[in-house]
Structures are given as structure tokens and as C-alpha cells.
Design a protein around this ligand. Structure first.
Ligand code: URA
Length: 279
């Protein structure tokens, strides 16, 4: 029994902190046994190798929208495939179908859901967070857990509401095990999709929640303390520039409530921009 507990503790530490099916699967037993040939058998007739399996993607378009550091981190091939799939999507529905078909991000294997979006596409404001957590993975929607509840309250203070005038997504579409931060390769594999999602949703204002989303989309390594609270020009793959602001992630505000004052300033900056846009 103590060994079972130690194994459980080790699994949780490794990020396997949730059951993803009702019954366990012994994947070693499920794997087909390697064919064995008796020592005396006749030498095998040489067989031509199988043709290469079909590639997921068409030839990659220029790698102009992936920060070089990310592409070099091992996600380059998946990112090229993602870029081709994303570029071919002519609507959010087509893009969502492409994301669901995409197998270039290994997080998909351990996640229960593909978390694509919530809210109203075409809203003046689009929010982008980091990656789904356990609640989002269960419900298949971004920001539905405790940090999402804080986010909803913050949006309400400035007259925004995901049921009517905000569109929400994440840089990463699948929950990283144990809520660990996504790797650079995982970000690189998903980035073309979120870039295209922003382009297709066509908001007037983009709000990046937390350092991870801000760094991935603004292509910088700067900390959130320096990036937040001011307007950036985010250049879409099409070349269009989009007014973008970064602010603290609501999960960070739950841990550091002292920062809510700065966050409130950012919300007012967004509100002012929206009211200028309607005058
Ligand atoms: N944190 C995020 O960045 N996104 C979610 O959807 C939930 C928590």
C-alpha cells in the first residue's frame, strides 16, 4: 500500500493528476507483439520499404510569423503544418475543424477536450490567454474555472460580457498535464492557429492575458510588468495592424491581489479606447 501511495504521488508530480477514462488501459498489453522468427527460418525476402505516409501539410509558407527561437525549439515542422492548415481556413468554423484534426501538438494526447473559443466571434474585443486548465479541459471552453470567474467579473466592470460582446481563446488549445507551462515547441505548433483565429475573428482590440500569451503573440521575451498597460501594434499574418494591450492573467491576480489596482488601470485603458472608437 505505501508503494501504491508513492506511485500515485510520483504520477501527480509528473503531471498525471487526473483520470482521463473510467477504466485503466494497459498500453503495453495492447501493443501488437513483435513478430518473432525462429532461428532456423529461411532468410526473409527483402521487401521494399513502405512509401512515406502522407504528410499532414502542404508545403510551408514563409516562416515570417514564428519567432525564430520558437521555430528552432523543435516545433518547426509542426508549425509549418499548422501554418498551411491555418492559412487554408476561410472561416472560424473551418479553422476549428482544422485545429481538431491537427496532430502536431502532443498535448492533444493527454487532453480530454480541444478548447477552441467562447463568447461572440466578431466582437470588438478579443481576449487571448495561455492554455486551458482542468475545468476548461472538462467543459471544452476557455476560462470557465476560478480564474475565468474573476475574468468575467473584471469584464463586467467595463461593460463587457462573453455572452454578448467579447470573444475568448487561448494560445494553446489543449491542457498541459498538471497545468505546467506550455513548452516553446508546443507554442510554436499552435501559434499559426491562434494568429489566424485572431485574423478571422477580426476584433478592434486584442487583450493578451499574462506573460505567456503576450510573449507568444508579440514575439518578445519581455516580462508582463513591462509589457502590460500600453498599446502595442500586433501585426497579423495578413500585414494588418491590430491595437493590442497586455495585462495580468487573472490566475496571477488571484495569487497576488495587490496587483488588482494595476489591472483596474488596464481595464480603464481598454474602456477608454472602446469609447473613443464609438465617438
Ligand atoms: N488559464 C488560461 O490561460 N486559459 C484558460 O482558458 C484557463 C486558465
Amino acid at each position: 500500500m505505501p508503494n501504491d501511495l508513492a506511485t500515485l504521488a510520483w504520477l501527480v508530480e509528473m503531471g498525471a493528476d487526473e483520470a482521463i477514462a473510467d477504466a485503466p488501459v494497459d498500453r503495453l498489453a495492447a501493443a501488437p507483439a513483435a513478430p518473432s522468427r525462429p532461428a532456423s527460418a529461411a532468410p526473409a525476402v527483402p521487401v521494399a520499404p513502405d512509401p512515406a505516409p502522407p504528410r499532414l501539410a502542404a508545403p510551408a509558407p514563409p516562416a515570417d510569423t514564428i519567432p525564430a527561437g520558437l521555430a528552432a525549439a523543435g516545433g518547426a515542422e509542426a508549425a509549418a503544418s499548422a501554418r498551411a492548415l491555418a492559412a487554408a481556413a476561410g472561416s472560424l468554423a473551418e479553422l476549428e475543424a482544422a485545429v481538431r484534426r491537427f496532430d502536431g501538438c502532443s498535448l492533444k494526447v493527454t487532453a480530454t477536450s480541444t478548447v477552441f473559443s467562447d463568447g461572440v466571434p466578431g466582437s470588438r474585443v478579443m481576449l487571448v490567454g495561455e492554455a486551458p486548465g482542468a475545468d476548461e479541459d472538462r467543459q471544452g471552453k476557455p476560462f470557465v474555472g476560478i480564474s475565468g470567474q474573476l475574468l468575467d467579473r473584471m469584464l463586467g466592470w467595463i461593460g463587457l460580457d462573453r455572452a454578448s460582446n467579447v470573444y475568448i481563446a487561448n494560445v494553446i488549445y489543449w491542457r498541459p498535464p498538471g497545468n505546467r507551462p506550455p513548452t516553446t515547441a508546443e507554442v510554436a505548433a499552435c501559434l499559426p492557429f491562434i494568429q489566424r483565429q485572431i485574423e478571422l475573428a477580426s476584433p478592434e482590440i486584442l487583450v493578451l492575458l499574462g506573460a505567456s500569451a503576450a510573449q507568444a503573440l508579440l514575439g518578445t521575451t519581455g516580462g508582463i510588468g513591462r509589457l502590460r498597460g500600453r498599446w502595442h501594434d500586433y501585426i497579423l499574418p495578413s500585414g494588418r495592424s491590430l491595437q493590442t494591450i497586455a495585462t495580468f492573467h487573472p490566475a496571477y491576480l488571484l495569487r497576488s491581489p495587490g496587483q488588482k489596482r494595476e489591472s483596474w488601470r488596464d481595464l480603464l485603458t481598454i474602456k477608454n479606447k472602446l469609447s473613443v472608437g464609438t465617438n
